[in-house]
Write a protein that binds this ligand. Sequence first.
Ligand code: ZN
Length: 564
Amino acid sequence: MSAPHFSAMQAARPDAETLAMAYEDLEQAWATAADEEGRRAIIERWDVLRSRFSTWYELAQARFTQNTGDEAARIERELSDELEPRSTSLEVGFLRLLLEGPHRSELEAWLGGHALALWDLKVRAYDPAIEEARVREAKLAAEYTDLIAQAKISFRGETFNHASIVKFAQDPDRSVRKEAAISRWAWFEEHGEAFDRIYDDLVRLRHEMATTLGHRDFVELGYERMKRVDYGREDVERFRAEVLQLVVPLCERLMVRRGETLGLDRMMFWDEALADPRGNPKPLGDEAWTTDQAARVFSETHEELGRFYEMMGQRGLLDLVTREGKAAGGYTTFFEEFEVPFVFSNFNGTLSDIDVLTHEMGHAFQMWSSRELFPMEYRSPTLEACEIHSMSLEHLAWPSMEHFFGDAAERYRRIHLEGGLTFLPYGVAVDHFQHLVYEHPEASPADRHGMWAEMERTYLPWRANGGIPRLESGGRWQAQLHIYGAPFYYIDYTLALTCALQLWAWADRDRPAALEAYMGLCRRGGSAPFQALARGTGLTSPFDRGCLAEVVGHAAQRLGLQDG
Ligand code: ZN
């Protein structure tokens, strides 16, 4: 199907009854299909049904994030939140039939073992017994998103939202950074009860779902939901320990050096985002200019990327600049029926606009590159694999950063690399925190703040919260939406970054080969699990001994951090 402009994209709103009937038809057809050919046709029909539902769901979600104050969009989003678990339950019922019936090996021979492994996980993680709980969970997560999106933070006589106030964290004037941090965290303090209550409800609910399904705690279920088929809890634990051992000391050194460069006797929380005494470099024009300039950057990186970016712009599939009422953050989604991705972000005029743009375009490009794979599972990889596409492009676009930053491009590259390195300890802290939380479901909100404070002492030992109450009591995690909305989706970024930095080092040695490897990875979509995809691209798995040491060594050398 050729794709219309985004504004003209429509998807019929499904209802529970019609959906149930469609699945009934499929199940009946499956039971009576005469031969393998007939069965394949049924799986293809099912893929169309899922694609159609997904298109409606993603459009509803996307349009709401574009304007959280739009009542019609809110209603549609709420409907999609309610119907999604229903659709998943029906899907799981059908999957059961496929997996437990006599044609399992026939399907496996046709589609490959990975699809079936993913289906097995889905059947386990989305049992109908927890369908109602999942509806409540989606509502709680949405409540968090709304609370953040509707924020009005007063600072120096003006009102900001979370997306627009964070730019002051990079202001060269220390008093601006400090006051902005105080205002932002006073807002969190003011809404502290709501943030605590929402999370408390989520933790209880998730624990209840896990025990309903026979798990000891939510951790196992969380991993299953993340569709992790080729690594487990112990691998992740070992990886966190390696970050603690190899990366944390390096970051401590980096923070000391940064403090010296900034002329501070002590780096405070509000100084951490400013890597350069001249102020972090900014894109040389406004947000619209950045959007235009990106066309040159992407086509220089690879001509296919250039053509792709042009198509996205022409079809209205880029909503990049922040405005009031827009949901926070950035994401990329895919509209299956129209076979195009959609990129959403909140440009605010700082260098992070460039991070976000190159990141999200990496996601979008992968979705585009593997759009013809079948079945649907192979078009959308597991998330740690997805983050390789995005984080690699952030680094592969480096040589063209002059187009955004002029002669400050080298400063951007250094800051970006430092940001990556310091992200690793934060990323594993978020992951470790969630393990603690779900292993101790009986903990009180105050206990959880204590757990986060412990994580800061362990993984971010340089952190000084400067007397800001919400931070001193261990509340920093409440600004991390993944903790609320997507449990255990955070270590994924650190695993992917470990892969992306390998591609970056590869590009230093042989750029054409690294780019070809990247394009190949995007085309493979989700047709294999994480470690297989990484290895198939010529990379080392982050869980292999020595991988992190080598990656970090290359980065430390580039930053002049290798000697103590
Ligand atoms: Zn991403």
